[in-house]
Design a protein around this ligand. Structure first.
Ligand code: ADP
Ligand code: NA
Length: 346
């Protein structure tokens, strides 16, 4: 079989939450640990994506180390995976520019993440002038940079959560458009790899995904939360007024999210039968379920939290890991960039 190139990225905009972990990072570790010798596994901390929204420079530098320590604590092993900083490899933005020049703007205006940012910007200022100045060009072009990240490594498999499906489809379209326009097969068409837990929901508003950027800290469980914090957040998780415990993701997202987090934290990686999980709670109360969910999450998160605390103190080692990764990544991408420029006549 053809060697796989696995690639994914995460923004250094806060400690990963349980959605990041169950929807993406856990899968990253599994892919790394089951890779064959010919496969290449690459994970990237995407600082250039982070700055599409305002970031305090001092804080951003700290966040990059927080993310590095988080990924290592989750089990990413730099001797098996190439772990590096996107912003230390200039070819990411170089290829992004080239892809900008073949991507119709209509493809970007259709992105749901762009449309929701637009709606927020317009609505937030509805009583004053309509202020869209926070909507910079980078925010619109964000998915093209993501396509460049993927294509720069000629990646074949992309482990990301369900929220990224539309962006991944755009990367596929851009790869096809480039190949077609220049009559080449330089870029493989990357395929999405999803986890069984595709979408973990906010604990405060289960109509939304759990997200780093939601204002309330109570809406997400961080991989660095201690047992007391996890228990409190799960106790406060919003459900509904129906006292029965049933699995119904559309009608009852809150309780269904609890069941799916429980299954994800207690079973290996197989698709759990959440209806039968729900039946185990027949005649029991939501508090019983919440207690079990909290215990299951604590059992998964506690070893990660303690490892994070240990690693985060060792800044010298974190710097070594990050510099070695950046250097190896820079060494890998020159070839593709030369091929691309030659194709364009540059
Ligand atoms: P966030 O949206 O929280 O800022 P990122 O955009 O950095 O996180 O996404 C990192 C990875 O985590 C992506 O693969 C994304 O699909 C995944 N992810 C983010 N939120 C969730 C969620 N609530 N459920 C499942 N996967 C998620
Ligand atoms: Na996201």
């Amino acid at each position: 079989t053809r060697p796989r190139v696995v690639f994914s990225g995460i923004q250094p905009t806060g400690i990963p939450h349980l959605g990041n972990y169950l929807g993406a990072i856990q899968n990253w570790v599994q892919l790394q640990d089951t890779a064959s010798a010919n496969d290449k596994i690459l994970y990237c901390i995407v600082g250039y994506h982070a700055i599409t929204l305002p970031q305090d420079p001092v804080h951003l530098e700290t966040e990059r180390f927080n993310m590095l320590a988080s990924l290592l604590a989750c089990g990413i092993d730099p001797s098996k995976s190439l772990l590096y900083n996107q912003d230390q490899v200039p070819e990411h933005t170089e290829l992004a520019w080239i892809l900008n020049c073949i991507t119709p703007m209509g493809w970007l205006y259709r992105m749901t993440t762009w449309k929701s940012k637009l709606a927020v910007a317009r609505n937030a200022n509805s009583e004053e002038e309509v202020n869209e100045s926070m909507l910079n060009l980078g925010l619109l072009a964000y998915p093209v940079l993501q396509a460049a990240d993927i294509l720069l490594h000629k990646s074949t498999h992309i482990p990301v959560g369900e929220d990224q499906t539309q962006h991944l489809e755009l990367a596929q379209d851009i790869a096809r458009a480039f190949n077609h326009k220049f009559n080449t097969d330089i870029f493989p068409i990357p395929q999405q790899l999803s986890t069984p837990t595709k979408r973990v929901l906010s604990l405060r508003d289960p109509s939304q995904k759990m997200s780093k950027s939601a204002p309330s800290e109570k809406s997400r469980i961080l991989i660095t939360d201690d047992p007391a914090a996890i228990s409190a957040k799960i106790r406060g998780a919003v459900t509904d007024s129906n006292p029965d415990i049933t699995f119904d993701p559309t009608g009852r997202p809150g309780v269904s999210n609890l069941l799916s987090m429980l299954a994800a934290c207690t079973t290996e990686s197989s698709v759990a039968d959440l209806d039968s999980t729900a039946q185990l709670y027949r005649g029991k109360q939501i508090q019983d379920l919440k207690r079990d969910v909290a215990d299951a999450i604590i059992a998964r998160v506690e070893p990660i939290r303690t490892e994070y605390e240990r690693l985060r103190k060792d800044l010298a080692w974190l710097r070594d890991v990050s510099q070695a990764g950046d250097q190896e990544a820079r060494g890998r991408v020159g070839q593709t960039m030369s091929e691309v420029k030659k194709i364009l006549g540059l």
